[in-house]
Ligand binder design. Structure first.
Ligand code: ADP
Length: 220
């Protein structure tokens, strides 16, 4: 399974990315986590990116692309699957990630889009701010991150729709409900994605698929 996630802040990329990674036993490559880890460890890279994170701005493409390439090379050695969380965030990163995928023979099979409205996203991020101390979960920076998402990230969804790999899921429900729908959709697609010997059909809950795929046409 090779998956990339495109979703606004607060939609649940981190939670669902971890679930997908555990379910398919593939690495979860989360660029935001990797960057925050550098900041926490006060590495040179961490010091260089901290201000971008604090302001809710994108760090320079080359920094995240280098990180992603390195993580994808490790993912290849670990079996070739991955779930990318946090990249791509603009069309340049989308093209560059595709190129890395082509070079390594592991382009994404699925672009998973999680959808939720701004009021819900803001509510979740402010609730998280009360629990964790992320420097970018303040009302002002949240608004900046959302605006950036609509300006530069959401437009890449059309590219994945054209490539025929876009799957949109309604992320307005609870994390376990959204997770079940994602796994059902991915399991249903799996027989068509994997090459090699024909596999036994896996049990699939088809009831949720209409919603999972239908959301793509009602989005944007
Ligand atoms: P969220 O989706 O909630 O904003 P992330 O953990 O994905 O959270 O990202 C946090 C921050 O890390 C972003 O606001 C940005 O500063 C930086 N970041 C993460 N991924 C990228 C990326 N692909 N390109 C540029 N900056 C990134």
């Amino acid at each position: 399974m090779r998956i990339l996630m495109v979703a606004p802040p607060g939609a649940g990329k981190g939670t669902q990315g971890a679930l997908i990674a555990a379910h398919f036993n593939i690495p979860h490559i989360a660029t935001g986590e990797l960057l925050r880890d550098h900041v926490a460890r006060r590495t040179a890279l961490g010091q260089a990116v901290q201000a971008y994170l604090d302001r809710g701005e994108l760090v320079p493409d080359q920094i995240v692309l280098d990180m992603t390439r390195e993580a994808m090379i490790a993912a290849k050695a670990a079996g070739g699957g991955y779930v990318l969380d946090g990249i791509p965030r603009n069309i340049e990163q989308a093209r560059a990630a595709y190129k890395i995928g082509l070079e390594l023979g592991m382009t994404a099979d699925v672009a998973l889009h999680l959808e939720a409205d701004d009021a819900e996203l803001t509510r979740r991020l402010l609730a998280r701010a009360a629990l964790e101390r992320r420097s970018d979960d303040t009302a002002e920076v949240i608004a900046q991150r959302l605006a950036l998402y609509y300006d530069v990230t959401a437009p890449i969804l059309a590219w994945y729709r054209d490539r025929g790999i876009l799957v949109s899921v309604d992320a307005m429900r609870s994390a376990p409900e959204v997770g079940r729908e994602i796994l059902a959709a991915l399991e249903a697609m799996r027989p068509f994605l994997e090459d090699g010997p024909v596999r036994e059909r896996l049990p699939v809950d088809l009831t949720s698929l209409g919603e999972a795929f239908g959301a793509a046409s009602t989005a944007e």
